[in-house]
Design a protein around this ligand. Structure first.
Ligand SMILES: C[S@@+](CC[C@H](N)C(=O)[O-])C[C@H]1O[C@@H](n2cnc3c(N)ncnc32)[C@H](O)[C@@H]1O
Length: 274
């Protein structure tokens, strides 16, 4: 069974899961792209270094969102491809990197030929129970290619935990379990790699920081993340934002001299095909 990074509660019967996920992540695409996605810059650069992305690397980013990491790879001289379930996010990726090959699609059915890429990454895109996406990445990689992945790290170093708790509290029970399960990725990644014919090369953690000028901007950004969608559909956008405001306001510097600054940990791995 495959899971996507979010599902929505509106009537989506008959639609493929990846299309539903893409609609959720794309619902507030500009907020995600410009107010959230750049937080992962230290993780993006670290993983691009580790998988050797540079001039002429044939590079693919799976679940590439609005193409922030793909643009960093482009700036290094790589030949860039990206795939995401959200058409709205892919529009932004194309605007960011007009030379890139960006596709709307499903990471469980990648539309690329076998052995096309020297480096494949996914930044918080391939989660617990997404083994089939790793299989697909393995097929798209050349035999001497490298894979790099990130996922949420230790709960105790997760400054965004109050956000995830708010999501869980306001989502229907079926989505609560899914959100919890996605958060367990760090415990299962080594097993997932082994099961999909990858050899783990290296792993570690990296601090990432969300910074926003004020609480309202923080709330706008957090409400744009895919996991917010079921909560918004359950309680309404304004109510969910009010709940977020309550958990984010205490994190804001009371002097008003600096903005909201939230530190979290991402785990990362690199691997090669066996
Ligand atoms: C946490 S976001 C990560 C986006 C980007 N990689 C980043 O670092 O910000 C997860 C992304 O996975 C995409 N996604 C979810 N399920 C997918 C699927 N089955 N196939 C392709 N993309 C998917 C969403 O549209 C979303 O852009």
């Amino acid at each position: 069974m495959t899971e996507t990074a979010t599902t929505a509660t509106s009537d989506t019967s008959g639609l493929d899961k990846w299309i539903v996920a893409g609609r959720g992540w794309g619902a507030r695409a500009k907020e995600w792209a410009y107010l959230f996605e750049p937080y992962a810059l230290p993780a993006n650069q670290l993983v691009l270094d580790r998988v050797g992305v540079g001039p002429a690397t044939r590079y693919l980013d799976v679940a590439c969102g609005s193409g922030f990491a793909a643009n960093l790879a482009h700036r290094r001289g790589a030949t860039v491809s990206g795939l995401d379930a959200s058409e709205d996010l892919i529009d932004i990726a194309r605007a960011r990197t007009p030379d890139g090959d960006f596709r709307v699609g499903d990471m469980f059915a990648l539309p690329f030929d076998e052995g096309t890429f020297d480096a494949v990454t996914s930044f918080n895109g391939i989660w617990n129970r997404c083994d089939e996406a790793l299989d697909q990445a393995r097929t798209a990689l050349s035999d001497d290619g490298l894979l790099g992945l990130t996922y949420w790290g230790a709960h105790e170093r997760m400054g965004l935990m109050p956000y995830f708790i708010a999501v869980i509290q306001h989502s229907p029970p079926s989505h609560q379990a899914a959100t919890m399960e996605l958060g367990e990725t760090s415990n299962v990644m080594a097993d997932m790699l082994r099961a999909t014919d990858f050899e783990l090369l290296d792993q570690g953690t990296v601090e990432v920081i969300n910074e926003w000028p004020d609480v309202d901007t923080a709330v706008r950004a957090l409400a744009a993340a895919g996991p917010s969608v079921p909560a918004i559909e359950a309680v309404g956008y304004d109510n969910f934002c009010e709940a977020l405001r309550e958990v984010i306001a205490p994190l804001h510097d009371r002097t008003g001299r600096v903005g909201v600054r939230i530190s979290s940990e991402l785990g990362w791995v690199t691997a090669r095909p066996t």
